[in-house]
Design a protein around this ligand. Structure first.
Ligand code: URA
Length: 300
């Protein structure tokens, strides 16, 4: 019996999205975000694991591997034991088939079927639906509404992964995993982002072609990876754009350049993570499978 690993899109809130805006208390956090543009995502697998360990993965003071995996939502304790016995679990790159191995979840790296499982419970990964009018900062210097207003009760120092304009709504990943946050924004990994834009219509037939071929902006050419018309009416259209670019106001600038300035803009997906039905101002914890997929997207 092999437990089905949860896939991206299976995610359900595990801690409930609290996101009701309240004013900041005295402990304000600073804005932290590694910046950078991105290109196409190249998910990777873990390095080939050795079946004959030359590394001792045992930590006598650690926690049993199957207990950690079950706690991370990989499956029941019994199912996780089976995964281990089947040779599908690696610790620090070494396949572990022995039951009862104890490891340190904060220090050691675990993969199941080549996908990273984060066992360190101090790590936090949230999908936040930033509302319009909220600035992408954990502590806005000008006292405007910012992300921290929606995170009351969370004590971790969270990074926002990239930025959205104040006028843009949608998915912003928040985490205290600095390495992952940094890699997700690194141009080398080119994580794709999906946007829905409302623009003035009608949309000419060749608009997608022009955007795919690239338009000239003041800081250099920019192109979408894909474009589609979701809805088109005489005065207004809804279009979807997918980009690996991370430059400031990139979607607004591109659409203005082709004569269709944005009326409203929502980001619906970052790499493998979808906004789903998380409402503006709410957040949800990512599932273990979603975190694994993000690690893969970041080549980790
Ligand atoms: N492009 C924009 O124009 N704005 C955003 O917030 C994100 C991408």
């Amino acid at each position: 019996m092999t437990p089905p690993r949860k896939r991206s899109g299976d995610a359900r809130p595990t801690k409930g999205g609290q996101g009701r805006p309240t004013r900041r208390g005295p402990q304000s956090r600073t804005s932290r975000s590694a910046s950078g543009s991105t290109k196409r995502s190249q998910p990777t697998r873990m390095p080939a694991a050795s079946a004959t360990p030359d590394v001792d993965v045992h930590d006598p003071n650690g926690v049993r591997l199957q207990k950690l995996l079950a706690g991370a939502g990989v499956g029941s304790r019994r199912q996780c034991e089976q995964l281990i016995a089947d040779g599908r679990v690696a610790v620090d790159g070494v396949v572990v088939t022995e039951l009862g191995v104890r490891i340190d979840p904060r220090r050691q790296v675990v993969h199941v079927d080549g996908e990273r499982v984060v066992l360190d419970e101090s790590r936090v990964y949230l999908a936040f639906n930033k509302p319009r009018g909220v600035v992408t900062s954990m502590d806005d210097e000008l006292g405007r509404a910012d992300i921290s207003d929606y995170l009351q009760g969370r004590t971790e120092r969270l990074f926002h992964v990239g930025r959205l304009d104040a006028d843009t709504e949608g998915l912003l990943l928040l985490t205290n995993d600095g390495d992952l946050a940094h890699r997700l924004q690194h141009p080398r990994y080119g994580v794709l982002k999906t946007y829905l834009a409302q623009i003035p219509g009608p949309v000419p037939r060749d608009l997608g072609k022009r955007l795919r071929e690239g338009v000239e902006l003041e800081d250099g050419p920019a192109a979408v990876d894909s474009f589609r018309i979701v809805d088109s009416q005489p005065g207004k259209a809804l279009v979807e754009l997918v980009l690996h670019e991370g430059r400031k106001h990139i979607v607004r600038r591109m659409l203005a350049e082709v004569g269709h300035p944005v009326i409203s803009l929502v980001r619906t997906q970052v790499g493998p993570i979808r906004l789903g039905d998380t409402r503006p101002g709410r957040w949800r914890a990512l599932s273990s499978a979603e975190v694994g997929a993000l690690y893969a997207a970041a080549g980790m």
